[in-house]
Structures are given as C-alpha cells and as structure tokens.
Write a protein that binds this ligand. Structure first.
Ligand code: ATP
Ligand code: MG
Length: 250
C-alpha cells in the first residue's frame, strides 16, 4: 500500500468541522478521484496528506511512514515523494517555464543552492525532458505569465514530476480550464500515471470526468466518505446520495 488514511478527523481553529472519520487507501500507481459538493472536505484531505495542515485524530501512512508524527527534517524528506498540482497553478509568473520546473527539485537541494538557483546539468536536462513530456519544449524560456492556462498547468505537472514523486495530489487541476485544455491535462495525468506508475489522487467537480479517468472513486459529503468503489459502481442514485446527503455532523 502506498498511502493509508485511517479514521482522520479535522476541525479548523474557527470551529469548522471539515473531516470526520475518513478512511481510504491508495495502492502504487492507482488513479483515484475524490468527488463531492463544495465544502465537503476534498481540499482538506489533500492538505492533510502532506501535512500542510495537522489533523486532530487518525493516521496517515505514506510509504510506511506515519506522516503525522514526523519531525521537520523527516517530513521534508517524505514530502519529496508527494507532488502537488493546483487549480491556480501556483507558478512564479515572472520566471520562465524551465525555472518553474526546476523549482520542483528544491526539496532535494541545500538552502543555499536553492536560493541561488544553482542546478546541476543532470537536473537541467531532466527539467527539459519533463517539459518535452508535456509538449512544451518550445516554451521552455517563455515567462509563465505569457502562457495559457492549459500550458501553465502542464508546467505545474512537469514541476511536480521533477521531484520524482510516487504520488501526485491534484486539487481541482482542471477547474480553471476550458473543456479542451481540461481534457489535455487529464490525458497527461493519465499518461504519467500509466507510464511512470505514479499514483494520482485528484479532486474533481466533474463526475463524468472522474468516471472516465479513475480506477476508483471516493465520494465525500460533510467530511464523511459516502461512496468508495470503482467507476462502474457509481450509479446515478449513488451520485445523488453523494451530492445531496443531508447528514449532519454528530
Ligand atoms: N482554512 C480554513 N479555516 C477554516 N475553515 C476552513 C478552512 N478551509 C476549509 N474550511 C472549511 O472546511 C470545510 C471543508 O472545506 P474544503 O476546502 O476542504 O472543501 P472542498 O470539498 O475542497 O470544497 P470546494 O469544492 O469548494 O473546493 C468547509 O466547511 C470549509 O468552509
Ligand atoms: Mg477544494
């Protein structure tokens, strides 16, 4: 098992209850989507996995390590295995595509080399190869603020790959894109998933897209898992249950 999330709960400081007793697991190389209405807790799950936020209860094991108990240095090492792709790309817009991709290996570098932007020949070659993999060779030296949304997201994917992850967490990677670009991004994610055996955990708002691309789907509502199964098991009735559940926190 690559990732095991067991009985996690989270209440934000302002009292918002975001997750209640959530459990699921991901095997190596699986493509799993998380669906559910706005406010269900999808982003909170992803943030908890790489410990951008702490959880109140439960366990998160990634490659056997208990993420919730790691010291800062161990957490930094463990996070190398987890890439992130965001809805709004989170690129440094005044830097070029290649520079943004190189940022993906900052977790492997000394503070000084990172700040000074000192990268090895091997790292630069790898960054170019990854831009090539997402079809952006000719944009390597373009500033990111000159790229389209779909191109920016491809830079975001290449940056995530630069850290040689075992898992990529994608928080609504296509929510800001037109349908054509959205399809392209998901096709790239699927290709990476299949060719590089990198697991993907993807928050999505589009149920049909989740069905088309995922090995498995997790439905959540009000911070609880309301569905977990293969795409074929996700009947219309179950979709309604996921989106219209009125269950309240106890
Ligand atoms: N930083 C925060 N502080 C306080 N409450 C928060 C914070 N982030 C999220 N919440 C609350 O936690 C709950 C789950 O939010 P979360 O962002 O995980 O949902 P989501 O499923 O990602 O929604 P969306 O589809 O709109 O992105 C919501 O009630 C939300 O208001
Ligand atoms: Mg969200």
């Amino acid at each position: 098992m690559l990732l095991e999330v067991k009985n996690i709960s989270k209440k934000y400081n302002n009292g918002n209850r975001a997750l209640a007793d959530v459990s699921f697991a991901l095997e190596k190389g699986e493509f799993v989507s998380v669906i559910g209405p706005s406010g269900a807790g999808k982003s909170t799950i992803l943030r908890a996995i790489n410990q951008l936020i702490s959880i109140d209860e439960g366990s998160i094991r990634f490659e056997g390590a208990e993420m919730t108990r790691l010291k800062a240095k161990e957490l930094r090492e463990q996070r190398r295995g987890i890439g992130m792709v965001f809805q709004h790309y989170n690129l440094v817009s005044r830097l070029t595509a290649i520079e943004n991709v190189l940022h993906g290996c900052l977790g492997y570098k000394s503070w000084f080399n990172g700040v000074a932007g000192i990268y090895s020949k091997e790292e630069k070659e790898r960054a170019f190869d990854l831009l090539d993999k997402v079809g952006l060779t000719e944009f390597a030296y373009s500033r990111c603020d000159e790229l389209s949304g779909g191109q920016k997201q491809r830079v975001g994917i290449a940056r995530a790959l630069m850290q040689q992850p075992k898992l990529i967490l994608c928080d609504e990677p296509i929510a800001s894109l037109d349908p054509k670009s959205a399809k392209m991004i998901l096709d790239y994610l699927k290709k990476i998933n299949e060719e590089m055996n990198i697991a993907c955990l993807v928050n999505l708002h589009q149920v049909n897209t989740a069905i088309d691309y995922s090995d498995r789907i997790i439905g959540i509502n009000h911070g609880r898992v309301t569905f977990s199964g293969e795409a074929e098991e996700l009947t219309e009735e179950r979709i309604v249950q996921i989106y219209q559940s009125t269950e309240l926190f106890v």
